[in-house]
Design a protein around this ligand. Structure first.
Ligand code: SAM
Length: 185
């Protein structure tokens, strides 16, 4: 579903990121399996809340921030303007010029729960194709809608991923979340 935020929503997200949510995103970025040389895709980067910290961990690798919303991607460009190793892509993952088996890691932070099942069924196989063999798919989603979480898990597992790790975390202002890490088998 294409969705553009209001200017107020962008402003409030920027303020929240600046003043009290940084630690939330940094902690998640620090837990991602990154050594510094990976090719990484942030699917649904928003204003780059997680990407900001991921880019700092990449010594030589590269990070692509992808979002379907031009407004969020513009905010992301601004937020990450001083960060290296980053590029930005606007649009649908399945119609962008991304190379198969080119990413070591794809992460989705608070994105998939909002994506319609009819889209997920197309998006997750594309993610599988974009990952290198043994590549990692990491997700963090709110746990409040357990039905949707199950749908997401099923789609992922039906597309050749094996679950490596899963944990429930309590996140300030986001309530309980599920973090899972899958390996492309
Ligand atoms: C709740 S925000 C999360 C943003 C960011 N990951 C974070 O945690 O701060 C969800 C983001 O996913 C993006 N999004 C939703 N559906 C998408 C799709 N099909 N392809 C790419 N981005 C999408 C939205 O535009 C929005 O920026």
């Amino acid at each position: 579903m294409k969705y553009e935020p209001s200017n107020l929503e962008v402003l409030l997200t920027k303020l929240a990121f600046k003043f009290y949510e940084k630690a939330v995103y940094k902690e998640y970025a620090d837990r991602l399996p990154i050594t510094g040389h990976e090719s990484v895709l942030d699917f649904g980067s928003g204003m780059g809340t997680v990407a900001y910290y991921v880019s700092k961990r990449l010594i030589q690798g590269n990070l692509v921030c992808l979002d379907i919303s031009s407004k969020w991607l513009e905010a992301c460009r601004k937020n990450l303007r001083r960060c290296g190793h980053v590029s930005f892509m606007h649009g649908d993952i399945y119609s962008l010029p991304l190379k198969d088996e080119s990413f070591d890691l794809i992460y989705c932070h608070f994105v998939l729960h909002d994506v319609a099942d009819s889209e997920l069924v197309k998006i997750i196989p594309v993610m599988a194709g974009l990952l290198k063999p043994k590549g990692t798919l990491a997700i963090r989603e709110p746990l409040r809608d357990t039905g949707k979480i199950k749908v997401i898990q099923n789609f992922i597992e039906q597309n050749g991923f094996e679950k490596k790790d899963s944990r429930v975390t309590d996140v300030p202002h986001m309530n309980t979340t599920l973090e899972s890490v899958y390996i492309k088998s």
